[in-house]
Design a binder for this molecule. Structure first.
Ligand SMILES: Nc1ncnc2c1ncn2[C@@H]1O[C@H](COP(=O)(O)OP(=O)(O)OP(=O)(O)O)[C@@H](O)[C@H]1O
Ligand code: SF4
Ligand SMILES: [Mg+2]
Length: 319
């Protein structure tokens, strides 16, 4: 088996929220990603997906735990090595409108990383931007325009070109298609899949729902209230979701074939997710879990490999 490109070990990210209180946005998460793999990450709003993605690429400092990229612990890197790490890991954001500076021309937006890392200048820089524009399905003429002159899908292409400009190895895509029209979503996913092959990329692909990540992901992780509840190969997760929360998410995916409606029961979870400032004791999902037992309030379920390559945190699988 190939070495992991990225290892996330017991990572926590707590935010201070006045006084002694802290908000446990990411709490003790461990997983790894192999080179060339796409790991999908799902969970409802506020579950900590963006915080995890930002912590992984170094936009947040982890409160605890270790992030190891290409065998190196990112917290120990300084100077040149730290800069190299910043180049190798890039992020694509949900809202291409908010993440592109409206006063900058596309050429300068795309070249941001090239400039920050002093990679190319003058004619070479310009040619590299032209090449990137074509790579993402835009044209050279677009280089001198401003973000407002583009559609949502085109702006996301600009965001992708900006991430690619520094030839990263790893990209965290934080809901890159959620803000786009459904008709455009597939185009962007296809572009990202093609680029992955051409550029030899590895992705952490964040989305709200399972339907969005199903096709692009080799494996999928499911988060709830700052913790990872289940992680498995995509097919295995869809065939046999183990965690009651995943089962509920799965039951909410629209069924394309009307003949199958009725064969599957929709699990509606009671209430809203609790606050990550005062999460429930034991299993964080217990206040909404249809299968909660006494032990669920008293003990945090272990993160264990219930089946080969299929990880889950739930007392139903603790033997
Ligand atoms: N900078 C911050 N300071 C304080 N709290 C934060 C900060 N960033 C995120 N949070 C909180 O951390 C929790 C996780 O937020 P996060 O944005 O990571 O969730 P998410 O899963 O990405 O949600 P969404 O689907 O809405 O994007 C939320 O309760 C959020 O309010
Ligand atoms: S540990 Fe208990 S409360 Fe949590 S998901 Fe499993 S059965 Fe439900
Ligand atoms: Mg988010």
């Amino acid at each position: 088996m190939s070495e992991p490109l990225l290892e996330v070990k017991k990572v926590k990210k707590y935010f201070k929220v006045g006084g002694k209180k802290s908000l446990k946005a990411v709490d003790d998460i461990s997983f790894s990603i192999k080179k060339g793999e796409t790991l999908g990450l799902v969970g409802e709003s506020g579950s900590g997906k963006s915080t995890l993605g930002r912590t992984v690429v170094g936009l947040h400092n982890a409160t605890d735990g270790r992030i190891i990229f290409k065998g190196k612990d990112m917290s120990t890197l300084r100077g040149k090595e730290a800069r190299e790490f910043n180049r190798a890991m890039q992020m694509i954001f949900q809202d291409p409108h908010a993440s592109l500076n409206p006063r900058m021309r596309v050429i300068d937006i795309i070249a941001e990383g090239i400039d920050a890392h002093s990679l190319l200048k003058g004619k070479e820089r310009k040619e590299r931007v032209f090449e990137l524009l074509e790579k993402v399905g835009l044209s050279q003429d677009h280089a001198k325009r401003y973000p407002h002159e583009f559609s949502g899908g085109q702006r996301q292409r600009i965001g992708i070109a900006r991430a690619l400009a520094v030839q990263p190895d790893f990209i965290v895509a934080d809901e890159p298609i959620s803000a786009l029209d459904v008709s455009i979503q597939a185009q962007i996913v296809n572009l990202m899949e093609d680029l992955k092959e051409d550029e030899g990329l590895t992705y952490l692909f964040i989305a709200h729902d399972l339907g969005m990540v199903k096709h692009i992901s080799d494996r999928i992780g499911v988060m709830y209230l700052g913790t990872m509840m289940e992680l498995a190969e995509s097919d295995a997760l869809f065939e046999e979701p183990l965690h009651p929360y995943t089962q509920a998410l799965m039951s909410a995916i629209p069924i394309p074939n009307p003949k199958e409606v009725g064969q599957r029961e929709r699990i509606v979870l009671p209430g809203d997710p609790p606050s990550p400032i005062t999460p429930p004791s034991g299993c964080r999902f217990r206040t909404r879990c249809p299968q909660a037992m006494d032990i669920c309030a008293n003990a945090t379920p272990e993160w264990l490999e219930a089946k080969e390559n299929h990880w889950v945190a739930c007392h139903l699988y603790n033997s």
